[in-house]
Design a protein around this ligand. Sequence first.
Ligand code: SF4
Length: 102
Amino acid sequence: MKTPSRRRFLQISALAVAAPLAARLVVSDAHAQALPKLPLDNPQAKALGYIEDASKTTHASFKPGSNCTNCQFFTAATGACTLFAGFSVAPKGWCAAWAKKA
Ligand code: SF4
């Protein structure tokens, strides 16, 4: 039979592991919802030819098959793009800064 102090230690240890994981899930979900969609009239987005549907771009730099989901600047969990801080981009979007994800 476990002693009370050992049981208490195990309970606290379980909480110590579970609490940060749960908090991270809540924060990342809230963050994903918090990022507004990148406006198409954003000057940098326009300069880079950003488009929400990569299959519709006519940009000379476009490589078939490239889109935000396979770009190194994209974070799938939040929809964030390193180049457009504070905004989310469309997973099937594309811009001229696309770089293949490693
Ligand atoms: S840099 Fe990459 S992730 Fe960001 S908008 Fe352009 S293609 Fe999409």
